[in-house]
Design a protein around this ligand. Sequence first.
Ligand code: GLU
Length: 474
Amino acid sequence: MKVNHSNNIRVRFAPSPTGELHLGSARTALFNYLFAKNNQGKFLLRIEDTDTERSQKVHIEQAINSIKWLGFKPDEEIVFQSRRSKIYKKYLNLLLTSGKAYRCFASKQELQLIREKTNSFQYNGLWRNRSDEEINEQLELGSPYTIRLKTPNEGHIVFDDLIYGKIRVSNSEIDDFIIRRSDGSPVYNFTNVVDDHDMSISHVIRGEDHISNTPKQLHIYQSLGFENPFFAHLPMILGEDKKKLSKRHGAESVESYRDKGFQSGPLINYLALLGWNPGTNEEIMDLTQLISKYDLQKVQKKSAVFDSKKFSWVSSKYLLKQDPNTILQSIRSLDPSWGGNKTEDFCMRVIDLMTPRCNFIGDIIKKSHYFFDYPKVYNVDDQKKVWKEKTAIILKDIMKLYEKVDCQDHQGLEVLFKEYIQSSGHGFGQVMKPMRLAICGSLTGPSLFNLMELIGIEDFLKRINIYKNKFNDD
Ligand code: GLU
């Protein structure tokens, strides 16, 4: 959707720091960011930390760091709800004095009895029409009270969701709900509306799980005389079993993806494709491309399924597009000791060989240990398959074959190998496999001769010798 008055587009991402920031929230932040930037608007960050019992400092930091790592820089200072209680008080008083809200002195027990009697969870308006005297009497007694919004008993509340279309809820389904608890703290629906208004938010883009809050929020907008923002609710992200995405599906917090060595680019790219596409088959896009192609109207209503294989594929494509130097910087920021005392040139060549075989930075780190040192362990299953009667003899031959060569390039090393296969009559795998196991510790890895060229003949011979001595009983 291209929106008019582009310079007035203001959106916000508003996490509650009651847990780690997960992929669903990251996608909400991303869609807000893309929409804002596509419309030359502003992207803001608001921490909804009014729930003092459940909000944790560590989660606030995590949320802010995750947003920073994803690359969504807020255009204004971060807003913390915990620092805005005076403002909420001001608006609560306004509602009380205008008669749009009222104090309710009903105790928990009293409310429970009413529920049982009416067989309904809805509040029955017990304090809706009390006289000032009755209210003042309770105030003088110091009785605790909640503040409830006076909502209409008849009619409907209707809003046009930019993704889900027209949503209509009967006012009879909405009771005079609490907007301030008896401990004085305002509830989520109230602070959310006050802040969206105060921050001049034009579009509220958030998870579909908030659709049910929207009618109540619209009543608050109305009572305060605020103009409604546009609403766009995003479909859920599900796991492959079609259940709500969670750790069980291998989908963890944004920070854990970072710590495992994923890069933000492919994560953003993949999250963007969850419920949205640019209308073409294009799948690999960086943040700038995503911004220019983003269209809220193309967001689908259907829940999106998180496919970890597809994410790995996107991530591998990203890796292939980066130059080795950039990859080296990313590796070093994750593991400063990677590469040991090897030269930059050596490290770059490792990256060249490993990039096509890996999906992400952490994958390169995990799989490249054998470039820097001989294997300390050999894969047990591979070893069982590989070690045959003649293996020790073959390895001795190989050592003899390469001991005296002065050629160091992979083509030359391969020629010698092929000559040996022909003259000895041994099978290709019979010779190749133990050589690879000796170098890498398993049967996977890049071309053997490239590897030999890189580590050098001396190191290669040392590895063959260590391997042979470990398994040769003679
Ligand atoms: N704090 C809410 C949440 O984390 C978001 C509310 C909103 O975006 O309106 O789910």
